[in-house]
Every structure is written in structure tokens, then in C-alpha cells.
Design a protein. Structure first.
Length: 118
């Protein structure tokens, strides 16, 4: 499959998964569940989905998504209308929390420099 088609399919999967996750009623999916990144294999057999939960437990969110993987894949198949829907593998991603932590550290440094100059 050409690179641009794979990239387009990856973005379509990411967009649809974000929408599907919002519709799930699992109590483990608390807070803002974000699909950070999707990586689809070249043969479209597997899709690795990087998930982050802001305001909730990311590990529990991934566990809930793993339990709902069959339903999510079926719904994704109906929405995308592709010949082969990849098997979904959900993994934890803490990049959003990490970047928020770095931003707060940088803000603290900026405030300290302002005090030294004043």
C-alpha cells in the first residue's frame, strides 16, 4: 500500500476511534480519553493505538478499551468500509501528562526569573 494511503487510513482510524471511545459506557473510561497516536502495520493486520487519560487512570482506561476491543473493531469496520479492519492493540501513553509537567516546570522557572529581575 502506498505511503500516503496508509497515512490517510491511519488518520481516519484515529479520528473514528476518538469518536467511538466517547460513546463507550465503561466506568473505567473516566476523564478525557485521548487517542494520541495510531500506528498501522503495512499489511493492515494490526493497529497499535496509544491512549492517554487526562483526569483519570490511563492503565484502567487501556484495560477497559482492551475489553471492548471487539466492539470497537466492529464499529470501526462499519464506519470505515475497508476490506480488512486491523486488530486493535491498545497501549498506555503518558506523553500528555509528561508535557504538562514540563510546562509547569518551565512556568516555575519563568516566575523565578521574574522575581530575580524585579
Amino acid at each position: 500500500m502506498a505511503g500516503y494511503r496508509l497515512d490517510r487510513l491511519t488518520e481516519d482510524i484515529k479520528r473514528e476511534l476518538s469518536d467511538i471511545v466517547r460513546e463507550l459506557k465503561d466506568p473505567r473510561l473516566k476523564g478525557l480519553i485521548s487517542i494520541v497516536r495510531v500506528e498501522v502495520s503495512n499489511d493492515l493486520s494490526y493497529a497499535t493505538v496509544h491512549v492517554s487519560a487526562v483526569g483519570g487512570d490511563t492503565a484502567k482506561a487501556v484495560e477497559g478499551l482492551k475489553n471492548a476491543a471487539g466492539f470497537v473493531r466492529k464499529t470501526l469496520s462499519a464506519r470505515l468500509r475497508v476490506r480488512k479492519t486491523p486488530e486493535l492493540r491498545f497501549i498506555e501513553d503518558y506523553s500528555i501528562e509528561h508535557s504538562a509537567h514540563i510546562a509547569s516546570l518551565l512556568n516555575g522557572i519563568g516566575k523565578e526569573e521574574g522575581k530575580d529581575r524585579g
